[in-house]
Ligand binder design. Structure first.
Ligand code: CAA
Length: 240
């Protein structure tokens, strides 16, 4: 039977590309989204992938959302924690709310979703969890203390959870995208973005499909020995 995958933030941007790629790899995909109903409807019409609305920063909503997906599609074997926001600003200007929102959604969402599927994956002795981190969680970024902290947290979360899941056949990995051609990156002021792109050795922004390809790789049945790893897909912008 086809594996069931949940992709958070799965109807737009990088998440959309991941949902489509996992569907093309033979999985039954549930694309979670936060609030853009119109975009979700349009996405389902175009791709045939079902969407489910809940806020990943809300723990109870994640439990209920996963239960709904499982009752409709079957046990969840794959989770891609992709949902994320930016609230950029220098420390001087950043309000506490911008910190809380980014930490709660980007990092808290990973905990909530992993928790919601963890017992089931342990019982079935199979799971694939992929967390979308960021180059800015690895290297930091001016104007992003909140986002860099959340994404850096995702990388630590991944390595810790990988150790807990290993004996139960659950792999937990991260992808660290660089600057990808999405609405999120389009929101960066053009002059700032121009300087960032100038520092990417490959000389261009990445495509969402280039991240999705990495996710598909990590979620494959054959991926059982890859766990706790971080796959950087950033055009060579940050190497270590
Ligand atoms: N290092 C040092 N100084 C810097 C700097 C840097 N990287 N960037 C800007 N500065 C300086 C500027 O030169 C300026 O100095 P002066 O006042 O002396 O002229 C000062 O800091 C203020 O800079 P801004 O005019 O940029 O300040 P602002 O308040 O208008 O904007 C900002 C700040 C919102 C952070 C803006 O710079 C910005 O949007 N930066 C981009 C942040 C970014 O890359 N976000 C990534 C979003 S995409 C994403 O996150 C996806 C992913 O995973 C990769």
């Amino acid at each position: 039977m086809a594996r069931v995958a949940i992709v958070t933030g799965g109807s737009r941007g990088i998440g959309e590309a991941i949902s489509v790629a996992l569907r093309d790899a033979g999985m039954t995909v549930a694309a979670n989204y936060a609030g853009n109903d119109e975009r979700a409807r349009e996405f389902t019409e175009r791709t045939g992938i079902k969407t489910y609305q809940w806020d990943v920063s809300d723990y109870d909503a994640c439990l209920a959302g996963v239960a709904e997906v499982e009752s409709e599609l079957g046990p969840v074997d794959v989770v891609v924690n992709n949902a994320g926001i930016t609230r950029d600003g220098t420390m001087k200007r950043m309000e506490r709310q911008a910190w809380d929102d980014v930490i709660d959604i980007n990092l808290g969402g990973c905990f909530n979703m992993a928790k919601a599927v963890w017992n089931g994956m342990n019982e079935r002795k199979y799971g694939r969890i992929v967390n979308i981190g960021s180059i800015n969680g690895q290297a930091g970024q001016y104007g992003q203390v909140n986002y860099a902290a959340a994404k850096s947290g995702i990388h630590g979360f991944t390595k810790a959870l990988a150790q807990e899941g290993a004996r139960a056949g659950i792999t937990v990995n991260a992808i660290a995208p660089g600057y990808i051609d999405t609405d999120m990156v389009a929101a960066v002021p053009p002059d700032v973005l121009e300087k960032i792109v100038a520092k990417i050795p490959v000389g261009r922004l990445g495509q969402a499909s280039e991240i999705a390809r990495g996710v598909t790789f990590l979620c494959a049945e054959e991926g059982g020995f890859i766990t706790g790893s971080t796959l950087s897909i950033n055009g060579g912008q940050h190497m270590y």
